[in-house]
Design a protein around this ligand. Structure first.
Ligand SMILES: [Zn+2]
Length: 225
């Protein structure tokens, strides 16, 4: 059960929702996922410890993949992503939107790019209540399309070793709906939270290329190990 929908760090909720948010904060006060300080899901001190790197990575089928932050084992980012994905604290995604949006503006053009969040299997999305990749770009003023679907509810990549991760995703994605030509001619930017082997991005890009996409990039929060 998650009440995180009401926990907006920027307190944009209004009317009854704002009132509900205040009540929920009273009974379920937000606290930092890294240091347990009350007030924010990631406090300013902990967020400042997440280092920005903008590291370019080479992953097959993609022109380039950029990681925005440095991944540290047991670091704030890892704890935040775990809380987002497995404790369903949805508002964690909001903390990363600004940097993600800034990175996109600095490196891509809204005119010739379209964002594609990595899809979850419907069963997993129902279990989590949201798709974290979509949450990361929600509300950003960029064109977003969702042409991919996950055809198999695969074992979470984090639970497998490297070889099994690559096999696990084979054929796990397909085209959900035909991509319009005007999008195929644009740079497609896949969005994901943490990529470890790059297998998910590689497999999604393969399917997009088969559907006619020409240039495919990836922007992820971090390259995990
Ligand atoms: Zn903290």
């Amino acid at each position: 059960m998650s009440f995180a929908f009401a926990k907006q760090p920027n307190n944009k909720a209004r009317g009854p929702l704002r009132f509900l948010a205040l009540i929920l904060d009273l009974f379920f006060p937000r606290k930092c996922v890294a240091c347990n300080t009350f007030g924010e899901s990631i406090c300013k001190n902990c967020f400042a410890r997440i280092k920005k790197i903008h590291e370019p990575l080479t992953i097959p089928n993609l022109d380039c993949v950029y990681a925005i932050y440095r991944y540290e084992k047991h670091g704030v980012l890892q704890m935040a992503i775990k809380a987002l994905k497995y404790r369903f604290i949805r508002d964690i995604a909001i903390y990363f939107r600004q940097d993600l949006g800034d990175f996109l503006i600095e490196n891509f053009s809204k005119k010739d790019c379209v964002l594609v969040p990595i899809p979850l299997h419907p069963k997993r999305e129902k279990w989590r209540g949201f798709n974290q990749s979509e949450e990361l770009i929600r509300g950003l003023a960029w064109p977003i399309i969702k042409p991919l679907k996950r055809t198999r509810n695969t074992i979470p990549q984090a639970e497998l070793d490297r070889t099994k991760r690559l096999v696990n995703l084979n054929g796990a994605f397909a085209i959900r709906e035909k991509i319009q030509t005007r999008f195929l001619n644009k740079k497609i930017v896949l969005i994901d939270d943490i990529s470890t082997t790059g297998a998910t991005l590689c497999e999604c890009a393969k399917v997009l290329k088969q559907a006619g996409a020409k240039e495919i990039y990836g922007v992820i929060l971090a390259h995990g190990s």
